[in-house]
Design a protein around this ligand. Structure first.
Ligand code: PSU
Ligand code: MN
Length: 307
């Protein structure tokens, strides 16, 4: 396989990877589909800054003109943010077609993991992952993100999962596929906008050094899977559970009634929740991404010290 034929790694990222220095991957679906312009671009640039402040090199990932990109310029981030929903949301099944056509793609957790792994990047920070949707027993809507976590050795730092998903089934699926779910300073799966969900998780680790040691061991054991770190939203920004759960329930109901399905489901629900909560969910979303970027960068530094 000739990766260079398809992959462009930014020089700064390539140098850092070659030298074993800390690098953190970032996704682009959150830019094009997860947040509105201009907050999406502001957030993406600020996240890169936070990663640098914490000692690592950021590598935002996307597909641009059919090229797999690990490390974007400011202009490329601005381009993806402005084009928004016009950019294809690219999961694993989309990648080959988009590349062969020379198209653009906003990478989900799945494709960001794939491209990060090709580029030699081990840690990735995002907001929320896809999972088993509520009602999946009839729709079979299970995000490809879970499958990728089972097969690609990249650590993903997220803020848990939104209750647009069935959190219990999502944890069961990850268990079946051998993906460790780790609470960062918590024994409970955080529910993205709130610190608690009522679901206990496998392990609690309290420092970036412990996270790095666990993932380093997984890599040395030759396990094919990634690792999911669930980092609760900082107390100061967490939302009222009653308010957010009602907004989610209403959004899920509307998606059902209007026949939204497939890859549109997650972006539709995110936009609807933002509308119902008059933007407070967006503020929370931005803050939790910042917090995840910090933990991911610190963990990347600790991992690089082990290697
Ligand atoms: N969940 C969020 N915010 C997001 C996403 C999920 O809270 O932006 C995005 C991520 O890119 C994730 C994708 O990988 O949606 C999952 O989409 P789907 O459910 O269609 O697999
Ligand atoms: Mn889906």
């Amino acid at each position: 396989m000739n990766l260079n034929k398809y992959l462009d790694v930014a020089p700064e990222v390539a140098q850092a990877v070659a030298a074993g220095k800390p690098v953190v991957a970032l996704e682009s679906t959150i830019i094009s589909h997860g947040m509105p312009y201009p907050q999406n671009v502001e957030t993406a640039l600020k996240v890169e800054e936070i990663i640098r402040e914490n000692g690592a090199i950021p590598a935002t990932i996307a597909v641009i003109n059919g090229r797999l990109k690990a490390g974007l310029t400011k202009e490329e981030i601005e381009y993806l943010g402005k084009k928004g929903h016009e950019v294809n949301k690219a999961s694993r099944r989309d990648l080959a077609v988009l590349v062969s056509k020379g198209a653009d793609g906003a990478t989900t957790v799945t494709t960001t993991m794939i491209i990060a792994h090709m580029a030699g990047i081990k840690i990735f920070a995002t907001g929320g992952i896809g999972g088993v949707h509520r009602g999946a027993e009839t729709t079979m809507d299970i995000s490809a993100d879970l499958e990728e976590l089972a097969h690609t050795p990249v650590m993903v730092v997220c803020a848990g999962a939104k209750s647009i998903l069935d959190l219990g089934l999502t944890l069961e699926y990850l268990e079946t596929h051998g993906v460790p779910v780790i609470g960062y300073g918590t024994d409970e799966l955080p529910a993205f906008y709130t610190r608690k969900s009522g679901f206990a998780i496998d392990y609690r680790l309290d420092t970036p050094q412990e996270l790095a040691a666990a993932f380093h061991t997984s890599l040395e054991l030759g396990f094919p899977a990634g690792m999911l770190v669930a980092n609760p939203i900082p107390e100061a920004y967490s939302m009222d559970a009653g308010v957010i759960n009602k907004a989610i329930a209403d959004a899920v109901e509307e998606a059902k009634n209007t026949g939204i399905h497939g890859k549109e489901t997650t972006p539709f629900l995110l936009a609807k929740i933002k509308e119902i909560t008059k933007g407070t969910s967006l503020d929370a979303n931005i803050q939790l991404v910042f917090n995840n970027a910090k933990v991911a960068a610190q963990t990347a530094c600790a991992l690089s010290a082990l290697q």
